[in-house]
Design a protein around this ligand. Sequence first.
Ligand code: HEM
Length: 187
Amino acid sequence: MTSTVITREEFTPLVKTIVVPWTPEAAFKRWTTDISTWWPTKTHSVGQQKVKHLVFGSAVGERCYEVWHDGTEKEWGRITAWDPPRRVRYTWYPDRTAESSQDIEDDPTHVFVTPNLTPDPTTGHIYSWSEDDFLARFRKGRLLPIALMPWGAFGRMTDDDLRAIYRYLRSLPPTVNATGEVYRPKP
Ligand code: HEM
């Protein structure tokens, strides 16, 4: 099969901006201290129905955690930078161990680029992976701590679903597109 060639010029950057009618102070407080008012604990927490409220730390080193009706606490992360209303950074590992933590911070200086998953022999990121390699990679979960890909959710897919995705990716027309490093400084 011949490969389609994609050149850089065909891509325009995807920029998404949302203007909210709030001051930076109010938006910062809503995201952090007031997390209980908007976070969907019934579906996205360790205890789900058992959760009474959430606590978001307000200084470097402080914990973010859920509190159950019976007083049980489950830690979600730790604050690593706190400079309201401009900057907050934290580790994030709800229902996981701190070793598998994500580093949550919007980093305006770097970009993430998703790899070319088409079966192109020269630039296809997974061209040399077997179906079993593909499954094994998903079972490993997130390897780059701050990677945007939702590895946790994808890692819980069944073997059959992952095999189906692999076979689908293999059926795509090969595309020549050297995407380079997945995490790199903004040009
Ligand atoms: C069924 C859907 C998806 C499949 C099959 C898939 C597959 C993959 C594979 C095989 C890699 C390479 C991993 C490695 O080299 O170790 C990768 C990396 C990546 N993917 Fe996905 N992905 C999917 C969805 C997504 C989504 C929804 C996002 C973003 C929201 C995303 C963002 C990324 C990024 C940023 C990387 C590079 C960083 C990293 O390796 O963690 N992917 N993906």
